[in-house]
Design a protein around this ligand. Structure first.
Ligand code: ATP
Length: 348
């Protein structure tokens, strides 16, 4: 009822009388009043006027399930949300939810991760209250070799959502990083569980970390963007990582996280349908290539078998990156073990 109440108040934008809310949710006046008070305590700004009712003026920046669910307009992606204030990794939580029988589209979110995961056993910095940490459960019936492409489907979805929500120019560093102004704001990690006997996909978990308000606290303290960035992303990360707040450069404006979750889910749901039509990226390839940060630019391919340089051209229908070497040979770069770098730094 909480998330439905928020949704109703938010969508109408008008006063809703106590009686209207009672009728709608089939509860007593006292019950409505209690929920409204609870919401106020949780940071919602709700105006109450005699003879008019309640009006929602502001929502807090929270990742609680009721807030995220109250924003969702998708059919299945993110309709059911499980929130933890602190967790190891939302991918691990999502796998547990999958094993407990939760449906396709279930979303595990957290306010903080203490063991956030990147590719190949690396970590993902996951401080409290600033970013989005979420993992989407998918129960597809395609074969396991198709699964890595979902990382790219999510990549293009995050890029679209970030652009739509913030107006910032998002780019993709193949295969799984979203960058803004040459620095990384998002990483994606897809994990798969297969049936022991059947060798079919039991489920997939698509984990997404998006840096949203990192740097806000540092900016309030120092008033200096560079210092704020270094406080948010110390050491090596300061050259490589950024957040939407740091790139939007609106000193006093925090960016609400829950609407961005909604935009990502909306975009993913739409792109997933396209992916299922062909079971490859042929319908999404043009859009993905449009976001490619190194398109037609020089890159270094960090292949465990040997590093080489070339010009990144585009992805093919399977999501492999086509890199043209200086003798004109076009090499297919498969994700998995490989990282791509710009020639001057992380992205370009
Ligand atoms: P690359 O090696 O090109 O960064 P990758 O896709 O292999 O890309 P991921 O596994 O997605 O990297 O992410 C892990 C890496 O990202 C870490 O090794 C670290 O350098 C960096 N990183 C960790 N936390 C964050 C963060 N919050 N924001 C941006 N980058 C981060």
């Amino acid at each position: 009822m909480k998330s439905e109440m928020i949704r109703l108040l938010r969508e109408s934008g008008e006063y809703k009388s106590g009686q209207e809310l009672c009728d709608r949710f089939q509860v007593s006046r006292t019950a409505v009043w209690k929920v409204i008070n609870q919401l106020k305590e949780e940071g919602y700004v709700i105006e109450a006027k005699q003879n008019k009712g309640y009006r929602l003026l502001e929502s807090p920046d929270t990742m609680e399930a009721f807030e995220v669910e109250s924003r969702m307009i998708t059919k299945w992606a993110g309709r059911k949300v499980f929130y933890k204030k602190e967790t190891g990794s939302t991918n691990t939580d999502c796998k547990q939810l999958a094993q407990g029988g939760q449906p396709h589209g279930t979303l595990a979110v957290a306010d903080r991760q203490v063991k956030g995961k990147g590719r190949r056993g690396r970590g993902w910095e996951s401080p409290a209250g600033e970013s989005i940490y979420m993992s989407l459960l998918c129960r597809p019936d395609f074969l396991p070799d198709k699964a890595p492409m979902l990382t790219l489907v999510m990549g293009v979805s995050v890029a679209e959502a970030v652009e739509r929500y913030t107006g910032l120019a998002a780019k993709i560093k193949w295969p799984n990083d979203i960058v803004v102004n040459g620095r990384k704001i998002c990483g994606i990690l897809t994990e798969m569980e297969m049936g022991l006997e059947t060798k079919e996909i039991q489920y997939l978990v698509v984990g997404v970390g998006i840096n949203v308000n990192n740097g806000f606290a540092g900016m309030q303290e120092t008033g200096d963007w560079k210092a704020a960035r270094e406080m948010a992303f110390p050491g090596e990360l300061s050259d490589k990582a950024t957040s939407l707040y740091l790139e939007a450069e609106k000193e006093d404006t925090k960016i609400l996280r829950a609407p961005l979750v909604r935009y990502v889910m909306e975009a993913f749901e739409k792109n997933y349908v396209q992916f299922l039509q062909t079971l490859d990226l042929s319908l999404l390839r043009e859009s993905y290539n449009g976001y490619l940060v190194n398109r037609n630019a020089a890159v270094k391919v960090l292949d465990p078998g040997g590093e080489y340089a070339g010009i990144a051209r585009e992805i093919d229908d399977q999501g492999d990156l086509l890199v043209e070497t200086k003798d004109g040979e076009v090499k297919k770069v498969y994700s998995g073990e490989v990282s791509v770098r710009g020639i001057y730094g992380y992205a370009l």
